[in-house]
Design a protein around this ligand. Structure first.
Ligand code: HPA
Length: 255
């Protein structure tokens, strides 16, 4: 950790960063809109886990949007790549170590609940305490929203963007789910499914980072539609909906 932080600090000015943003599959284009950019390839950073997945180009970019300084991390690693939990949440520890207090996670997800469709943006319901969900039910967890969630909801309203809210089920992969796994998740009241984000949310809460997560729905989950699921479809839909997500992120960090 010390070696990693020392290297990052030697390459980029990490003072006064207001937000860290983790970009999911195919979403790295967001950094195009930043000015005064400083970039490090994650492959050059000591001890930093490197993504092996297409669409996850690994970099840390620090730049400004509307005068606000932000750090964008693309190329997150997943358990299905063979990384350990500690490696998956390592970037969150780095964010803490750099003193960044707000983190926005993004991901690509499949939808289980018929309320959602490919192309939708959905804010993930997050509780502060895992037991909260058992005690209060998924719907109520969202009501414990933090300021960052409120800020993102307001930003969506400002640009007239429909931001839905939903629960997210974390599956370890590496394969997409089977239709019967999706039926089970549906019974549990889960709206979306993906293979990331929950470890980072858990670690952020533990580290007292204000965290929010937004899913871009890229496909119907297995068995929800007749169409066969492919990584290419996930990638293509992410591309189609990327402008809405970029617009939302810009409104959040820039205002
Ligand atoms: N399942 C798991 N992960 C995903 C999916 C899915 O349907 N879509 C995008 N990431």
């Amino acid at each position: 950790m010390n070696k990693t932080v020392k290297y990052i600090k030697s390459k980029i000015d990490t003072t006064n960063i207001e937000y860290a943003i983790v970009l999911g599959s195919g979403l790295a284009f967001f950094t195009d809109s930043l000015s005064d950019k400083e970039t490090i390839n994650t492959s050059d950073i000591p001890n930093f886990p490197i993504s092996t997945v297409r669409g996850h180009s690994g970099s840390i970019v620090v730049g400004k949007f509307n005068g606000k300084k932000i750090m964008v991390l693309s190329g997150r690693v997943h358990l299905y790549e063979g990384y350990t939990y500690e490696e998956v949440i390592f970037p969150v520890d780095i964010i803490s170590e750099l003193g960044i207090s707000k983190l926005i996670l993004t991901n690509a997800a499949g939808c289980i609940n018929e309320k959602f469709h490919p192309g939708d943006l959905v804010m993930i319901t997050i509780g502060k305490d895992p037991l909260e969900k058992l005690n209060n039910g998924i719907e109520d967890v969202y009501e414990t929203s933090n300021n960052l969630n409120d800020q993102i909801k307001n930003a969506a309203e400002n640009i007239s963007l429909t931001l839905k809210k939903g629960s997210y089920g974390f599956m370890t992969g590496p394969t997409f789910e089977t239709p019967s796994e999706i039926r089970l998740l549906k019974k549990l009241g889960i709206d979306l499914v993906g293979m990331s984000t929950v470890p980072e949310i858990t670690k952020s809460i533990e580290n007292n980072i204000q965290v929010s997560a937004i899913s871009l729905v890229t496909n119907f989950a297995a068995g929800i539609s007749d169409k066969k699921l492919t990584h290419q479809d996930v990638f293509d839909t992410a591309k189609l909906a990327q402008n809405s997500l970029v617009g939302l992120l810009q409104e959040v960090v820039g205002s």
